[in-house]
Design a protein around this ligand. Sequence first.
Ligand code: GDP
Length: 443
Amino acid sequence: MVLGELGQRITASFRRLNQAPIIDDDLLDEVLKEIAAALLHADVNVRYVSELRSNVKKRVLLESDASGVNKRKLIQKAVVEELVRLVSTDRKPYKLEKGKCNIIMFVGLQGSGKTTTCTKYAHHYNRKGWKTALVCADTFRAGAFDQLKQNASKVRIPFYGDYNETDPVKIAEEGVELFKKEKYDLIIVDTSGRHKQEAALFDEMQQVAEVVAPNDIIFIMDSHIGQACFDQAKAFREVVDIGSVIITKLDGHAKGGGALSAVSATNSPIIFLGTGEHFDEFQPFDAQSFVSRLLGMGDLKGLFQTITEAMPLDKQPELLNKISKGRFSLRDLYEQFQNLQKMGPMSQLMQMIPGMSNLMPAGAEKEGVKRIKRFMVIMDSMTDTELDCEVQLNDSRKLRIARGAGASIPEVNLLIDEYKRMEKMVGKMGKSGLFGKGGELTQ
Ligand code: GDP
């Protein structure tokens, strides 16, 4: 991510703090100066930066009087908490309710990434099993309907729009009615964005909001424009009740800090970040997790959530039961590979593991994903008895499997070695006493 440099600079200041023999006021000032320079470089507003600096200083002076406090830890904790505060708001995000019809309206300027983000958002929930639909109420931009239609088809999500209708309010109303009748959980309405904040755009936005009565209005904020997001967000907020914010294009520009800290203008929480043009390049936002990742501290909370969402353990009672008995077959490995693919890009997962974010070289993700796909093709040419490990994989079986998959014998051996390694681990877990009789986790 583009903000990686900011993270590295703050981490370097923390390291300096940890290595210094004495922590006195001069060192504190120097470290805070370095952190402030890094934040300014990332385009964070100068007012917020000086606030952060003086808040940390005040807290350190106040709390370090207590005897026995570790001053290094105190400073780091205060910096982390102030960074979290910088990207947080008091307002809680709207919570989607499954089983109810949630109507979500997207607003923002043209080119901010609104249409792409509508699809990313729809895809995110669709993958989790939500019945999701898209409505194209952008009649201003030529090609908007085609774009949404194409995007929606790519991720197989139903959409509504009309080439011939020029009234966006009518389209929004009709589309939402249609999907409401069909009992959709999530109806996403994409609206027009224009070059400037024209009065006509705002009128239209208000009218659409009136007819569709959205549960949440999401403002799309383009990080490329940095601190200018602040005025833009304010202008939109004066017209409609923005409930949440999504920041886009955080992959490509050094001004990410400006956009992130501009969220205070909306007093609405950031709920997702767009980090690329691909539909998978979309991350849920949690201020605490974000700051932890930024500083290379990992994000175990996010990791656990992602894993359990992709493969809820309660939906895998058979697997748990098997693991508790130390049993693990090639078929189980195949299913775990399938689950892994559902979790989203590997690099996002790696960022959540403490200390790993720097270890995943660019491009390694593609290699990892390719290898898993190769392994799955090899397993596709196995028989049921082979997958269930009921027979020995002798040389003639390996040859047949390799031929069937268009692979080589060393590749098949590599898969078997990988499998054996995991089987051994599962065996150990089975003996660990971590599971109850029914396979349930006991610790
Ligand atoms: P709209 O006019 O607001 O609907 O914007 P679009 O969805 O058409 O997006 C404008 C351009 O930004 C397109 O080329 C998108 O592919 C690109 N885009 C959208 N989101 C992101 C993102 O998170 N990262 C990058 N790099 N490009 C993005």
